[in-house]
Design a protein around this ligand. Structure first.
Ligand code: PMP
Length: 424
């Protein structure tokens, strides 16, 4: 069955034909392809096309698709049973692995998605501080948590529905919005509401509106104002954790948040989330503390096995290799764009990068919105024709994996530069 046929069928029984909105290609137009299988850096579609994958299942596949070590670990766990509903040894291994790798995390609780991780972090911050308000940044996406679906990024942005229907205004009223990279704005918010703010939640490198990097001193500024006012700083490292460094952005930038949310890489491609931080805060969780949080499948043995195998394969050398690969792609595209005389800003950090057409510099969400998204859509389709799958939205980030070896990178560069020439 072709992708077209599958999509027709899917639309009859799945809302919009997809189980997550961005997959429907609404932002770039056209019919989404269906993936039959994936190996290393390559997706094989239902139409028998092989595409170089720059989405990597939206981040998790840092070792490429169908990694043999992860597969073996899952198969081994599978032979022992798929879910126990009791504690299992792999959960302890996982908690120790996280605590060992992320210095700000003394205790960690596993859950099943990034959304659960941020939702529970927020509840925990409110329970711990006894305060209700939270600060979130415009354009940051933290999953489909009611109180965080306020001027969110990712699918919520590209679909032009920053505020979802079904979120009570009273929930959103507890969320204070702040522009990222604006030093004065966050200070003003704290001057006005400081005593009521439970936490500031931030993607330390916002990556659901393309990719924005912090201005010098911005993350330390967030750390300072939160500390001054007894509010918690929550780093949402669902995308960046175990991807941009072993200890995520907090390691790269030398910042110690109070709580962190994880997902994606930590699940090795299975559905996993996690949140952790200072023991004093984490001990507020049930059963020791008053903040309720739970999950039938949390700490699932297959997911733990996959995640542990993924974490074990990461080391400094791997991160250096990914940094080099990211730089190589970014520089090749910048050079081609300069040659063609098209303004193109590429923000890159390690194995993540985003393209902004029509911009020289992108440091804020307003800059992102001023970029030429239609040009991105044309580029997306040109890249697909040339055999490279990019995220199907101008507001998403590209991901690389260790399976993107030199041969794949060379092919990708030649395809993407050809695509640039086609849209110039
Ligand atoms: N936080 C961030 C920073 C994310 O990028 C995402 C998903 N892209 C989430 C939270 C939500 O994770 P999930 O889709 O697993 O619920």
């Amino acid at each position: 069955m072709t992708s077209e046929d599958l999509f027709q069928r899917a639309r009859r029984t799945i809302p919009g034909g997809v189980n997550s909105p961005v997959r429907a290609f609404r932002s770039v137009g056209g019919t989404p392809f269906f993936t039959e299988s994936a190996q290393g850096a390559i997706l094989t579609t239902a139409d028998d096309r092989n595409l170089i994958d720059f989405v990597c299942t939206w981040g998790p596949a840092i070792h490429g698709h169908n990694d043999p070590d992860i597969r073996e670990a899952v198969a081994d766990a599978l032979s022992k049973g798929t879910s126990f509903g009791t504690p299992g040894p792999l959960e302890v291994d996982m908690a120790e692995a996280v605590v060992e790798r992320v210095p700000s995390v003394e205790k960690v609780r596993m859950c099943n998605s990034g959304t659960e991780a941020t939702m529970s972090s927020i509840r925990l911050a409110r329970g711990f501080t006894g305060r209700d308000k939270i600060v979130k940044f415009i354009g940051c996406y933290h999953g489909h948590v009611d109180s965080l679906l306020v001027q969110a990024g990712s699918g919520a942005l590209t679909l032009g529905k920053p505020d979802s229907a079904g979120v009570p205004a009273s929930f959103a009223a507890e969320t204070i919005l702040c522009p990222y990279n604006d030093f004065a704005a966050i200070s003003e918010i704290f001057e006005q509401y400081g005593e009521q703010i439970a936490a500031v939640i931030v993607e330390p490198y916002p990556a659901n509106c393309g990719l924005i990097l912090p201005k010098e001193g911005y993350l330390p500024h967030l750390r300072e104002v939160t500390q001054q006012h007894g509010s918690l700083l929550i780093f949402d490292e669902v995308m960046t954790g175990f991807r941009l460094a072993m200890g995520g952005v907090q390691e790269r930038e030398g910042i110690t948040p109070d709580l962190s949310a994880f997902g994606k890489v930590i699940g090795g491609g299975l559905p996993v989330g996690a949140f952790g931080g200072r023991a004093e805060i984490m001990d507020y969780l049930a059963p020791d503390g008053p903040v309720y949080q739970a999950g039938t499948l949390s700490g699932n043995p297959l997911a733990m096995a996959a995640g542990l195998a993924a974490l074990k394969k990461l080391n400094t050398e791997v991160f250096e290799g990914l940094e080099t690969a990211g730089l190589m792609i970014a520089e090749a595209l910048r050079a081609e764009a300069a040659q063609l005389g098209i303004p193109l800003c590429i923000n890159q950090a390690g194995s993540m990068f985003a393209l902004f057409f029509g911009r020289e510099k992108v440091e804020s969400f307003a800059d992102v919105q001023a970029s030429e998204t239609e040009k991105f859509s044309k580029f997306f389709h040109a890249a697909m024709d040339e055999g490279v799958y990019l995220p199907p939205s101008a507001y998403e980030t590209c991901f690389l994996s260790t399976a993107h070896d030199q041969e794949i990178l060379d092919r990708a560069i030649s395809s993407l530069t050809a695509a640039l020439r086609r849209v110039a």
